[in-house]
Write a protein that binds this ligand. Structure first.
Ligand code: C2E
Ligand code: CA
Ligand code: CA
Ligand code: CA
Length: 279
């Protein structure tokens, strides 16, 4: 049986003091991580269901800690949010990702849409649009090839400020998608008002497919609703061919998950792009 991606089970073997200590140490380390070039990106393929072709990637950050080895973003991104370090880290992620998208374009003459995660703190940062504009300008990436992934929580926070920021991003010409869709506060109303290209169905719904009839119903409903609103649907966490077949049957547009490709170093994506189109 699968545990449906719940990787938040922690063993509280250490004392509270120990936990706080290691938290503080991690924070000190994170402050130096950027400067010491300990962060790097992996890229996970996003596959168009109709053609089976790779049409985009999602950039996922990793931290190579000098003593602890690879630290998961589920551990250090919340810490980066708490401390505000997410703003410089996020800017680095954005620039590195845009740069990589341009590198693939030069090497393989193929354009992949680059999806970058944006945390709530970044979204609220008053310099966000300037950061996006200069990353695009400095790398030369077409705004249409950049997609920013936001969660429902980020969008629901403060309606007026959210609308203003979304309008700025729309004016730049980047695409927006809603990440982990179905897990946050969903007001169907905002889907109508915001100019969002894609919904990403959270992997917790995909995980139990095809057996779980409730998750199947939810998945179908999300796809129908998104299509009714002229949005594209991406299913996350696709791990088996049965899941892929079911999603295909439901008319899902794009898929992402271990079955189609793990988050990989940029060289591995380059290899895929250089293969003759015969998949
Ligand atoms: P997310 O944005 O929902 O990213 C998808 C996560 O699902 C990734 O975990 C990915 O490795 C994992 N995944 C992909 N396919 C499968 C699958 O088939 N099965 C399962 N069980 N998992 C799959 P990862 O890389 O550990 O990232 C975790 C979270 O950390 C991300 O969730 C995102 O919220 C955050 N994150 C990662 N990179 C960044 C970043 O650059 N900036 C920000 N703000 N957040 C990031
Ligand atoms: Ca994401
Ligand atoms: Ca997600
Ligand atoms: Ca997430």
């Amino acid at each position: 049986a699968k545990n449906c991606g719940k990787n938040n089970a922690k063993l509280y073997s250490s004392s509270l003091t120990m936990q706080i200590m290691s938290h503080v140490k991690l924070e000190v380390g994170l402050r130096k991580a950027l400067k010491n070039q300990e962060l790097y990106l992996l890229y996970q393929p996003q596959i168009e269901v109709r053609t089976g072709e790779i049409v985009g990637v999602e950039a996922l950050v990793r931290w190579r800690h000098p003593e602890r080895g690879i630290v998961s973003p589920t551990e250090f991104i919340p810490l980066a949010e708490e401390t505000g370090l997410i703003v410089p880290i996020g800017e680095w992620v954005l620039r590195t990702a845009c740069n990589q998208a341009m590198a693939w374009h030069r090497i393989a003459r193929r354009s992949l849409r680059m999806a970058v995660n944006l945390s709530a703190k970044q979204f609220k940062d008053e310099n966000l649009s300037q950061i996006v504009i200069s990353a695009l300008h400095d790398t030369g990436l077409d705004p249409k090839m950049l997609e920013l992934e936001l969660t429902e929580g980020t969008l629901m926070d403060d309606a007026r400020a959210t609308m203003a920021t979304l309008e700025q991003l729309r004016a730049i010409g980047v695409y927006l998608s809603i990440d982990d869709f179905g897990t946050g506060y969903s007001s169907m109303n905002y889907l109508k008002r915001f100019d969002v290209r894609a919904l990403k169905i959270d992997k917790s719904f995909i995980c139990g497919l095809p057996q779980d009839t409730e998750n199947a119903a939810i998945t179908r409903a999300i796809i129908a609703m998104a299509h009714g609103l002229k949005m594209v649907v991406v299913a996350e966490g696709v791990e088996t061919d049965e899941q892929l077949l079911m999603l295909q049957e439901y008319g899902c547009d794009m898929v992402q998950g271990f079955y189609l490709g793990h988050p990989s170093p940029h060289e591995a994506i380059t290899q895929i792009l250089l293969q003759p189109c015969a998949a």
